[in-house]
Design a protein. Sequence first.
Length: 256
Amino acid sequence: MSTFVLVPGACLGAWAWEAVAADLAARGHRAVPLTLAGLAERAGADGPEPELLTHIAEIEAAIDAEYAEDAEPVVLVAHSYGIFPALAAADRLPSRVSRVVFVDCPIPEDGESALDQLFQADPVRHAEVGEHGLSVGPIAELLASGMLAGVPEAEAARYERLATTHPRLTLSQPVPLTGAWRVLPTTGVFCLGNGLSIELARALHATGAPRFAKLAEPGVTFFELPTGHHPMLSMPAELTDVLVRAAAGEGRGLHD
């Protein structure tokens, strides 16, 4: 049995992982889906606007709690924005994490923000998000893009109902990383409908940039899913299978 700590992406909460968590439990694993401060049922709560360090601390606490329960490292799964606080938590607690699974997300570097990584090519959107936080946006546009491609109508309606504006500071503040996380095995899950793929990872690694060196290291595996950016909503059973296989060290190498 593995314990999976599931970190949601921008605008999402634990609700987005419900189907995956249920499938993992049915297969004998423990799933711990998180809702981070300022999101989903915690949106609009009294108190100061949550910062990136708040989200990092919450993920650290979840890892610590699960480790204290059975003294086994957890599989830390992060979707999209979630990789920024999740990787920082793994960087601080590498002995308590057995593998980091990147679900359709970038590789942050120390001092980068999610805002710069995700919106640097769109200065207008960058400024808008930096001032107000990330709004959900019109559902029709999301369905037509790679964001919600493949999501069934009922799940898209649930997304429209439950997704919330993402707190500004968690996106704009730089992520603190020492590099300790780089000793950990990792798995990348690429959603082809959103433009990420193993082929793209090979091309990035071929640039020789230090940030992409880990992609070809032992213990690093990859999967591809034929769907958009939210596989937990569009292909939960297939994503569950990928997570279980990733926890066992399965998947393709960069040049397989």
